[in-house]
Every structure is written in structure tokens, then in C-alpha cells.
Design a protein around this ligand. Structure first.
Ligand SMILES: C[S@@+](CC[C@H](N)C(=O)[O-])C[C@H]1O[C@@H](n2cnc3c(N)ncnc32)[C@H](O)[C@@H]1O
Length: 275
């Protein structure tokens, strides 16, 4: 049984853990440049973990939980009341979050928002304000045990808010990298220059693959995950690839669930033909 993260997170890899952990080469250190809700970190056993993400609220929350421990968990629980589960209260707390400079308060309300907003989404407007609407859940779950487990595991972790390009510079010969960027769009073509998904462009995907190939040549294995598309196959050329179907809600516009293909691409010393 795998451990679940305490956050709902778009692109979370809980359901793919069997395949990811089977492919991830053994090493002392794990480096995750796109840690998100941390499914891989939570279910692996490295002596040291360097975990990074460009979402500053997420990293602030992880550092708060790591340092403040169980007192912080009790404090977060105080937000999970029946009185706080109304539309009015939700928007009051969202407003408080958006204007709070207190990192403990912000971290606590971030978890409240994650469990009370629409689909556990995390989205900001152009001014950087959190803007996901109320989710209307009857009784939002308070992830106490999941937070406790994360807090214990986090003692071996360092969290940093960085772009993936900065984070990947920290790899050394004892490191393995698991890189899980925002998904490429599910199009049939090899190129998607017309738009980017979640602000992550095709150039960034190509840059990530290039860095993975280079690191592997220097002896650092890199496992990447993404949708299996013509674009990703081309970008990950030279890596060992594993493709498999997963069932998933395809988009807000698609009706029901569908099957899409995921790809895991392992760049490791020895299989990195240049591209
Ligand atoms: C697919 S999610 C990772 C999910 C994670 N593996 C999990 O199991 O929850 C992608 C993450 O990349 C982060 N991200 C997006 N662009 C980034 C960038 N340029 N550098 C670092 N992180 C980025 C997002 O904030 C998001 O948390």
C-alpha cells in the first residue's frame, strides 16, 4: 500500500507509483525538480531528498510543516470546521490568504483551500492571487495522518522554490532525478507551438529533455514522465521508454473519462544517444 499525499494535486502520480518506482534507479539522493504533492518522495527511501517546485506557496507550506510539526497540524485542523465550510467563509478565507504576510497562516489556509475549493485546483490570476471557486463539499477531509507521515519524511528533505533549470544544477554522482513536468497537450502532432499547457512551453519540455540527456552522459540517471505523444517521443529520443494506458478525466470539456497513454522515459548512463 502506497502513502497518499495530504494535498490534492493536478498531475499527482499516486496511481503510477508501481511503474515509476520499478524504473527509478537506486541511489542515495533523490532530486525532484517538479515535486508537486510529492507522491514519489513519500513512497521512496532515499537518504537525502532535494525537492523543488516553482510554486512558492507549496514550498512555504512544506517548510512550515517540516519545522513546526504537530502544532502546525493542530492549527490547520482548526480551519476544518462546519462553520468554515460555507461559501461566504470560503471567500473570506481566500481573501485572507491572498493578503496574508504570515507564512504559517498562509500555509494553513493553503491546505484549507486545497480541500474546500473546486476539485482541489491551484490557480492564480495575473496579479498572483489565488482564484479557484468554492467546491461545495459536504464534509471536506482533513488529512491528519497524511500530514504526519509527510512531516516525518520531510526531516530528510530540503525544499526549495526554483525553476527546474536551477534545481537540476544541484545533481551530483549520487543523485537520481525524477522529473514530472506539467503534461504536454494530448495532440496528434509532433509540435505544439501554438499554446502551452499550465504555462510550460514546448521549448521548456525540449530544454528539460536536453538537460536529462546531458546529465545522464555525466552519470546522473533521469526518469521523466509525461503523456505519450509524437512530441514526447521525439523529445525523449535515446531514452529507454515505457508506455502504458491510464484512465483519466481528459479535460474540463471532455465528457466522462477516457484512456490516454503515459510515457516514462529513462535517461541513464549508456542509453543516451544524442539528439
Ligand atoms: C505534474 S505536477 C507534479 C506532480 C507530482 N509528481 C505529484 O505526484 O504530485 C507538475 C509540477 O511542476 C510545477 N512546475 C511548473 N512549471 C515549473 C517550472 N518551470 N519549474 C519548476 N516547477 C514547475 C508545478 O507547480 C507542479 O507542481
Amino acid at each position: 500500500m502506497y502513502r497518499r499525499s495530504f494535498l490534492k494535486w493536478a498531475g499527482g502520480k499516486y496511481r503510477l507509483l508501481d511503474k515509476i518506482l520499478a524504473l527509478l534507479p537506486k541511489s542515495e539522493k533523490l532530486l525532484e525538480p517538479f515535486v508537486g504533492s510529492g507522491s514519489v518522495f513519500l513512497n521512496s527511501d532515499h537518504e537525502e531528498c532535494l525537492l523543488s517546485d516553482c510554486n512558492a506557496d507549496l514550498i512555504n507550506l512544506y517548510n512550515t510543516l517540516k519545522i513546526e510539526g504537530y502544532d502546525f497540524i493542530d492549527y490547520v485542523e482548526s480551519y476544518f470546521t462546519k462553520e468554515n465550510n460555507t461559501e461566504t467563509k470560503f471567500y473570506d478565507l481566500r481573501e485572507r490568504f491572498n493578503h496574508s504576510a504570515d507564512s504559517i497562516e498562509r500555509s494553513a489556509i493553503f491546505i484549507y483551500l486545497n480541500r474546500h475549493d473546486f476539485n482541489g485546483m491551484c490557480r492564480y490570476n495575473q496579479q498572483g492571487f489565488f482564484n479557484v471557486p468554492y467546491g461545495r463539499y459536504e464534509r471536506p477531509y482533513f488529512p491528519k495522518n497524511e500530514m504526519k507521515h509527510f512531516q516525518i519524511k520531510s526531516q530528510r528533505a530540503k525544499f526549495s522554490c526554483n525553476d527546474f533549470t536551477q534545481c537540476m544544477l544541484l545533481a551530483d554522482k549520487d543523485t537520481v532525478i525524477y522529473a514530472d513536468p506539467p503534461y504536454v497537450p494530448l495532440s496528434d502532432t509532433a509540435h505544439f507551438t501554438e499554446y502551452s499547457q499550465d504555462g510550460f512551453t514546448s521549448e521548456q519540455h525540449q530544454d528539460l529533455a536536453k538537460r536529462a540527456r546531458k546529465l545522464a552522459q555525466q552519470g546522473v540517471p533521469v526518469l521523466l514522465s509525461n503523456h505519450d505523444t509524437e512530441f514526447t517521443r521525439e523529445a525523449y529520443a535515446g531514452a529507454k521508454m515505457l508506455s502504458f494506458p491510464v484512465s483519466r478525466q481528459i479535460s474540463a470539456h471532455a465528457k466522462g473519462r477516457g484512456h490516454v497513454k503515459e510515457i516514462l522515459a529513462l535517461f541513464e548512463p549508456g542509453n543516451t544517444a544524442s539528439n
